[in-house]
Design a protein around this ligand. Structure first.
Ligand code: BTN
Length: 237
């Protein structure tokens, strides 16, 4: 299954794997207690609380031509969702791959690739707020932790193993042609049927497709957007 390697401090588990993936095998997981320069989607920063949050990256070196990062991002969010949902009753998935509880983000996922002719390494970075008791003022209204939502203290290693279990489960299903994770993704999607701003254009989300793209209705036109660099905003920002 997975070979797990833990470091005390790293700037970023994603960056570390991007620079060192040639030394590691497929299905290696790099985690750290203190991530000092974490990266988020859309060039954002990702901060964690050492000891209270999980920060790890899964390295995949797929045999198959996996060129669909969007779909891997959905698989990853469903794996995290399954674990979060076993502790709280109201978790949802916000496209592409945020897991939210009561409208606040508990997990973020950043997928990166190294490419020469084909994808050589797929790096799936996952950050989860687990035992945080509070958040800095700037993100207080947007971030939450499992502990804050359930009044329970969790063992980080157990949660990591559970997420890896579910990731492996859905990833292997996908490799064998079974994308039934999409049923869970759609069922718990917070965006399908709702209005958002996408790059400052108001859209209605119609569906999330099996290629990981989002299908939106903008004016009278149906448009597909990919995982890429887009973020759905609830207000005009
Ligand atoms: C986001 O929601 O913007 C994605 C956040 C991803 C954070 C994780 S923490 C582990 C891995 N290493 C990083 O530098 N980023 C990802």
């Amino acid at each position: 299954m997975f070979k797990k390697i833990h470091y005390d401090t790293l700037p970023s588990t994603n960056k570390y794997l991007k620079e060192n993936y040639t030394h590691y095998n497929d299905h290696t997981v790099i985690s750290c207690t203190n991530q000092t320069n974490g990266k988020g989607r859309i060039n954002r920063d990702w901060t964690m609380k050492p000891g209270d949050s999980l920060a790890f990256s899964i390295l995949l070196k797929p045999d198959l031509e996996i060129n669909n990062i969007g779909l891997i991002s959905l698989i990853t969010s469903v794996a995290v969702f399954q674990v979060v949902n076993s502790f709280v009753s109201n978790a949802v998935i916000k496209w592409p791959n945020d897991v939210l509880i009561n409208g606040k983000k508990v997990c973020g996922i950043l997928i990166e690739t190294t490419v020469t002719n084909k994808i050589e390494a797929l790096i799936i970075g996952i950050g989860i707020n687990i035992n945080n008791d509070n958040f800095p003022d700037e993100i207080k209204s947007k971030a939450t932790s499992l502990k804050l939502e359930s009044n329970t203290h969790y063992n980080l290693d157990v949660i990591l193993d559970e997420i890896l279990y579910w990731f492996d489960y859905y990833y292997n299903q996908h490799i064998s042609g079974d994308n039934s994770f999409m049923e869970i993704y759609r069922k718990y999607s917070s965006v399908i049927g709702n209005d958002y701003y996408l790059d400052r254009r108001q859209v209605r989300v119609v569906d999330v497709l099996e290629n990981g793209n989002i299908l939106v209705k903008q004016n009278d036109e149906m448009i597909e957007y990919s995982y890429g660099e887009l973020s759905l905003e609830s207000s005009y920002e």
